[in-house]
Design a binder for this molecule. Structure first.
Ligand code: MN3
Length: 202
């Protein structure tokens, strides 16, 4: 069994308020697709073939760079697409909102700290909101296509929100202006999905 590129849950132009259709198309059909292809090539004929993606990612430290980078790339992008929607509620509600307020003060402070994690990631990588190994919400970031599920992650936990801050995620519209990209991205966050993940993993 090999890995396949998942369909987006919306059209390429659905997030236009934050991310232009051309960027979405290239990001999904070229970048993500390449991670899938390279992952399949990297595990073909090896003992890793047939293992599920979570299992691979969690043992990243003992994998080749090709499997770690492309497996992480496939996991991260599959996750990222689901965390955006053209019908964002704009803010979390219920137990997720309570947990964010308890951990970060209020939503504005959370957004500011998460944004800072994305801006502070030098070069390419991701910002994350995770449930850490103590069961607490925590903001972290990872380089390249690493993620907090990986055994080699500096801060480990289960991601419930993630943001791609590679230049390929925003360069066509925003060029070097990563802060503008992150600022606009908040408008398309799928808070219902974040809440689902929070409830499932807390
Ligand atoms: Mn990307």
């Amino acid at each position: 069994m090999s890995f396949t590129l998942p369909e987006l849950p919306y059209s390429y132009d659905a997030l236009e308020t934050a991310i232009d259709a051309k960027t979405m198309e290239i990001h999904h059909s070229k970048h993500h697709n390449t991670y899938v292809t390279n992952l399949n090539n990297a595990i073909a004929g090896s003992e890793l073939e047939g293992k599920d993606l979570d299992t691979l990612v969690k043992q990243a430290g003992s994998l080749s760079a090709a499997v770690r980078n492309n497996g992480g790339g496939h996991w991260n992008h599959t996750f990222f697409w689901e965390l955006m929607t053209p019908n964002s509620t704009g803010a979390p509600s219920g137990s997720l909102a309570d947990a964010i307020n308890a951990s970060f003060g209020d939503l504005a402070s959370f957004k500011q700290q998460f944004t800072q994690a994305g801006l502070g990631r030098f070069g390419s990588g991701w910002a994350w909101l995770i449930i850490n190994t103590s069961g607490q919400l925590q903001i972290t970031s990872t380089p390249n296509q690493d993620n907090p599920l990986m055994d080699i992650a500096e801060v480990k936990g289960t991601p419930i929100l993630g943001l791609d801050v590679w230049e390929h995620a925003y360069y066509l519209r925003y060029q070097n202006r990563r802060p503008d990209y992150i600022n606009a991205w908040w408008e398309v966050v799928n808070w219902d999905k974040v809440a689902q993940l929070y409830t499932a993993h807390k």
